[in-house]
Write a new protein. Structure first.
Length: 269
């Protein structure tokens, strides 16, 4: 897959790498041009149409295991260049999740740290969020708490309301509003965020679609606790895996789709 790349692509600057270390995020990194955005939006609609009736796009994951188009999208060299500038030369992919909020969609992603869900050590995952449509505060953009990845684990409590896409919500008592940043993105841009960063998003009260393709990458020294997460699989994307800590997933040969959270690649053979 060779989607047209923006003429503004580059590598991360020293200042951006420092920002990631100190603040836990970078946003507005250019990847795709307008011609590619048309294709990305068309393919998103096709992926959505695959799902069984009643299954919300935001409630399934591991598209990279099921769908060759998504698998290839996650290997866009420009995206991997940005990730390499943060993680170093040796890293693998283990996740891909498409978050979608349709017009007047009341679903909410509560404040949380991704790392509280994932039995991975060390906690060194970088999430890429590729905007498929323009996203801002009016249509439910992600909000992050600058620097919260340095706080350590934050207490989470269970939330059972159907409006919540995730089942845990972080204690918000330490959040200063002056540290909250909206990750506004133009379609075709990406953001990067640390897996320990506090983040969430509100409902989409607008008439506009908000959707993004998330991709999860970790350096090769990261190991999953398979007793907790038996379907965890790694896909080396850059460099060498000198540790061999994790099972290797099967590369998808067709454009299938997940039907629930946490499926193994063997489900899509």
């Amino acid at each position: 897959m060779n989607l047209p790349i923006s003429s503004e692509v580059r590598r991360l600057t020293d200042g951006e790498r420092q920002q990631f270390r100190e603040c836990g995020y970078i946003k507005n990194l250019p990847v795709f041009n307008q011609d590619a955005i048309t294709v990305l939006q068309k393919r998103f609609k096709e992926l959505t149409a695959m799902l069984p009736e009643g299954v919300h796009m935001s409630r399934v994951n591991n598209w990279h295991k099921a769908n060759r188009y998504v698998y290839n999208l996650c290997r866009t060299p420009t995206i991997l260049d940005y990730v390499e500038d943060v993680l170093g030369p040796n890293f693998f992919q283990w996740g891909a999740h498409c978050f979608a909020k349709f017009p007047h969609d009341g679903t909410v992603v509560p404040w949380h740290q991704d790392s509280c869900y994932w039995p991975l050590e060390p906690k060194a995952t970088v999430s890429v969020w590729l905007a498929l449509f323009d996203t801002d505060a009016t249509n439910g953009a992600m909000h992050i708490v600058r620097g919260s990845h340095l706080w350590g684990p934050v207490d989470h409590c269970r939330v059972d309301d159907e409006k919540y896409v995730l089942g845990l919500e972080a204690d918000q008592s330490a959040i200063e509003q002056s540290d909250v940043v909206s990750l506004d993105l133009k379609a075709g841009e990406i953001s990067l965020h640390d897996n320990r960063l506090l983040h969430g998003s509100g409902p989409n009260d607008s008439d506009r679609m908000r959707a993004g393709q998330t991709m999860r990458f970790s350096p090769t020294n990261v190991k999953a606790d398979l007793s907790v997460w038996p379907t965890f699989e790694s896909y080396l994307v850059r460099g060498v895996d000198e540790y061999d800590h994790n099972p290797v997933g099967k590369v998808p040969s067709r454009n299938g789709h997940p039907v629930r959270q946490g499926q193994g690649s063997w489900d899509f053979a």
